[in-house]
Write a protein that binds this ligand. Structure first.
Ligand code: TA6
Length: 310
């Protein structure tokens, strides 16, 4: 079972409009509401990959109840700590004229110490049955930036592999506990290592440095250019076939989900990379965040190229 941690759950609202024009009244052509927050995208995608999942974190208010009922409707098992403040919304404006995606991510309402303590108790219980843990995204106010490091240490104590996908101080503090896998983007590598990252050589050098710090799998998502993986068996590069994306929100989360599935299955790095690139690209063909159609995945998979660079 893959348990996904989302401390900052959201209702993801995607609005399709013709053209984004500031200072005007825009009529939305289509809108979708899906359970959001990076970790919930991971849970949804891991389930679509055929895995048993359990989503956990904080959920509060009417929005929190609505997220839980949407997860129950799509049969995503969950065990959230109910908090008193309202779960946030994240808006994604999809403009048809230029195919752009503009996201507005609310910070999320604060949680208090007692709620954090309740979560840690729930998390330690989940560790008794989880095969892999994923920890994704931002955290609400009231949560110390060392929280992910604390969760990772609990995973190590229980011999459960743990994948971390976050940014800023949460990532900087989290990697000190040496998670099994991280998936930083190029800006996050630059901030973590205090180096400039201007080309793929810089990206690879940064990923190798993070691997040499003791993180067994370092994945760098390169968007439409695929992904890079540095691990104990070498350096791999995965490339998707050319596709016309519909909504790229959730692609990074989909990639993380596929790597977590690969770790749970004990796949070889090459296989892990192939699956992750195909799942991430298939997510880009779906309007909903953290979703892919099996047919899209199956049509993309044969076109994925994975090469062992070192
Ligand atoms: O990556 C996409 C996404 O998960 C959206 O679904 C939206 O919920 C946002 O990112 C949340 O990001 P955060 O880092 O705040 O969890």
């Amino acid at each position: 079972m893959i348990a996904t941690v989302t401390l900052n759950v959201a209702i993801d609202k995607a609005y399709v409009i013709e053209k984004l024009e500031q200072g005007t009244v825009m009529r939305v052509k289509r809108c979708t509401n899906t359970p959001g927050g990076k970790g919930l995208n991971v849970a949804k995608v891991a389930k679509l990959c055929g895995e048993e999942v359990l989503a956990t974190g904080f959920a509060g208010g009417f929005n929190g109840k609505s997220v839980i009922s949407m997860l129950n409707e799509c049969n995503v098992p969950n065990n959230f700590v109910e908090v008193k403040n309202e779960t946030r919304c994240c808006i994604n404006i999809l403009s048809e004229d230029d195919n752009s995606s503009t996201e507005f991510l609310e910070p999320g309402a604060p949680v208090d110490e007692a709620e954090v303590e309740r979560f840690l108790t729930v998390f330690e219980d989940i560790l008794k049955t989880a095969d892999v843990i994923t920890i994704s995204g931002s955290a609400p106010k009231g949560v110390d930036t060392g929280i992910y490091g604390k969760l990772i240490e609990l995973c190590h104590k229980n011999n459960v592999p743990v994948c971390l996908d976050t940014s800023g101080k949460l990532l900087e503090d989290g990697i000190k506990a040496l998670p099994t896998l991280i998936k930083p983007n190029t800006d996050e590598i630059s901030a973590l290592l205090n180096v400039s990252v201007n080309n793929e050589d810089d990206v690879m050098a940064g990923a190798v440095k993070l691997f040499e710090m003791g993180i067994p799998y370092v994945v760098i998502s390169l968007g439409s250019k695929g992904a890079l993986l540095v691990c104990g068996k070498g350096i791999y590069r995965g490339m998707p076939p050319k596709i016309v994306p519909v909504n790229t929100v959730g692609c990074g989360d989909s990639m993380l989900a596929a790597f977590a599935v690969g770790i749970r299955k004990g796949l070889e790095p090459e296989e892990m990379m192939r699956e992750a690139v195909a799942v991430s690209a298939a997510n880009a063909l779906s309007m909903a965040t953290g979703h892919f159609e099996r047919a899209d995945y199956e049509s993309i998979l044969p076109g994925v190229v994975v090469e062992k660079i070192k």
